[in-house]
Write a protein that binds this ligand. Structure first.
Ligand code: GLN
Length: 492
């Protein structure tokens, strides 16, 4: 089936004229039509635009003008502004918002010939780990527990629609954003590769802001090489984003083939949490053995401030979110509820437009930034953030990359972990430190647990050294030879 091809394979097939971009796009649009009513992975399907783009791609291919992604059908998280295509951020407050501009990352993908199938579902404003906070309904994970195919599992979040779509073969790859784990955790939950590059590698311009100092756009794909291809297109300096880095984008695809001989890989002892399932721990050990067999030296390291990562994140992220969300006042963007006076209009608009998780974050954020508590919470969190960065800087004097697990658990069922927000926040235990430090990290599917559900391992690297992270990730992928298919594609 055309939808089973990787991006790498499809690129070759298109160039060798084995099929056309229209064939490839139609195959994906048909898969979306068949499965999206169940999965709810897409909020918007841009059918006619995708067909137009595919025709243009075929013309470029015929004229010998193919670029890196010409004819490759992708899904775009509904946090990226797409010119003329509704962009909701998973929120009711942005339900009517049609951006007049294109985000830099999606513009880069279009420049390289990609086809956009539509916009994917997500936790509201990217706040969540399960996709359960979306105003557009929950997303289904195409994987099922081996013994129980009745439980509907979450795809993770917040880029859950992107992950579900790529796992179910509704798109060849997708964009995501990762503020505390939202690319890597859904990738781990859906048996995919999730790439969070270095902070500043991909422009945030035109991406609806959650927590600006933590937000990282990146790709979700089925293979490491596909992730390298997409990141190569998405990345690059952008003068419109003041935090975008003027650093040349290397050839990530070539980096996937690098040898690990002589590389030192650190195993941080603080990532061995008490409640970690035995199988996850066993898979981590398996990963260590694979890397040793590939020629790397394994070194035990310590990142002593790891335990402060989660509390620090849940102060800094809501603080920035409360400030970023202030712009949704019913006057400039999205939906409006009229009121008796301006203040009443603001209050009605925001009370009606924001879901409960957003309201919780705004309350926490404004509290920790308030005059009386700023020093006790926000300022202290910023100091701890600096120590977390220093942990990584120190570790990287001894090792070239770190290997950890991605998520503390396998995918859970819809409705689970919903009674207590702290339980949901615990999903982010192993992913938030890399956001606080801005260092690159990739989640790779490493194996299945006893329920037949995917488990991911995480590789973390030095700032702007995604190449080493890709090389180590590719070595894990080769050793794991993860070929299991989600239930929806395995025919049950
Ligand atoms: N789950 C985390 C949160 O709710 C991270 C989300 C993200 O990375 N966007 O904040």
């Amino acid at each position: 089936m055309l939808t089973d091809l990787t991006i790498t394979e499809a690129r070759d097939g298109l160039r060798e004229k084995r099929f056309s971009a229209v064939d490839l796009t139609m195959a994906h649009l048909q898969a979306i039509e068949a499965l999206n009513p169940r999965l709810n992975a897409f909020i918007t399907v841009s059918h006619s635009q995708a067909v137009d783009q595919a025709r243009a791609a075929d013309a470029a291919l015929a004229g010998g003008q193919a670029r890196a992604l010409t004819g490759i059908p992708l899904a775009i998280k509904d946090l990226f502004c797409t010119a003329g295509v509704k962009t909701t951020a998973g929120s009711k407050i942005l339900a009517p918002f049609v951006p007049p501009y294109e985000s830099t990352v999606t513009a880069n993908l279009l420049r390289d010939g990609a086809i956009f199938l539509g916009k994917t579902n997500m936790d509201e404003f990217a706040m969540g780990s399960s996709n359960m906070t979306s105003a557009y309904g929950p997303v289904e994970n195409p994987w099922k527990r081996r013994q129980d195919n009745t439980a509907v599992l979450v795809p993770g979040g917040s880029s859950g629609g992107s992950a579900s779509a790529v796992a179910a073969r509704l798109a060849m790859g997708a964009t995501g954003t990762d503020t505390g784990g939202s690319i890597r955790q859904p990738a781990s939950f859906c048996g995919l590769v999730g790439v969070k590059p270095t902070y500043g590698r991909c422009s945030r311009w035109g991406v609806v802001a959650f927590a600006s100092s933590l937000d990282h756009p990146g790709p979700i794909t089925r293979t490491v090489r596909d992730g390298a291809i997409l990141l190569g297109s998405m990345a690059g300096h952008d003068p419109k984003d003041a935090t975008s880095a003027a650093v040349a984008v290397p050839d990530y695809e070539a980096a996937c083939a690098r040898s690990l001989k002589g590389l030192r890989i650190g195993i941080p002892k603080e990532y061995r949490s008490d409640g970690m399932p035995a199988e996850t721990e066993a898979l981590w050990q398996q990963g260590i053995d694979w890397l040793r067999a590939a020629g790397a030296d394994i070194v035990d390291v310590s990142l002593p401030h790891t335990k402060y990562g989660l509390p620090t994140y849940y102060i800094v992220a809501p603080a920035e979110a409360s400030s970023n969300l202030a712009r949704y006042d019913g006057v400039r963007f999205g939906s409006r509820r009229n009121g008796e006076d301006l203040r009443d209009l603001y209050e009605r608009t925001r009370a009606d437009g924001f879901g409960p998780e957003i309201r919780r974050r705004v309350l926490i954020g404004t509290y920790v930034l308030s005059a009386g508590y700023y020093d006790a919470y926000y300022l202290r969190a910023q100091k701890i953030r600096a120590l977390i960065l220093k942990d990584f800087t120190d570790a990287f004097t001894q090792v070239d990359a770190l290997l950890t697990t991605t998520a503390p658990t396998a995918p859970f069922a819809q409705g689970e972990n919903m009674d207590d927000p702290i339980k949901m926040y615990l999903n982010d235990l192993f992913t938030v430190p890399a956001n606080l430090a801005g260092v690159p990290a990739i989640s790779i599917p490493a194996g299945l647990d006893a329920n037949g559900l995917p488990v991911g391992l995480q590789v973390i690297g030095r700032p702007f050294d995604e190449e080493t992270v890709f090389a180590v990730s590719a070595a894990i992928e080769n050793a794991a030879s993860f070929t299991a298919l989600p239930a929806i594609r395995a025919g049950h």
